[in-house]
Design a protein. Sequence first.
Length: 194
Amino acid sequence: MKEFIKIFTDSAKEFKNLRSVVTVALLIALHTVMAMFLSIQVTSSLRISLSFLANCIIGCMYGPVMGFVAGGLGDIIQFILKPTGPYFVGWTLSAALACMIYGCFFYGTFKKQEGKNEKKLFDIRFFVRCATALTFDTILINILLGTCWVSFMYGKGFAFYLTSRFIKNAVQLPINIILTYYVLSVVRKLRIHK
């Protein structure tokens, strides 16, 4: 339990580091660009995007506290630049919570990797960590909370939207896990070798 609390206190200390704040600002900009130009609006309530990768990097490098703030700011900035409907605070909360989840699962993994065999082609433990984090995020944030928000916004029942959101997320989850594993593996190696 102390280690879990230490993740949050260490992440909160990142706000004192100017380099961390600037890097997070650049990653929020990357998130915004990816959300605006690398996303596909399937229906009014379903969108496929790769912008979550920038949030994974923020969570991995700077932890859950900075991740929560960056996730919320990224969603607000994205809405200001390219609104896709009415503003709803639930989506901002979901983005902030998702980035916080990534921080809880990935923050500190750089230190754990140091001194180990970095030439491994495939790190099964880190892959399981990625799969767990993204599954948790997909079920809790994308499927359950996202379906609640869509139901509130468009007035139809929870069950009406649940099926389509579940199918979309179930298909996208394995792809997101693989993308996250390889992107974060590269980020971890770059961070260690700097």
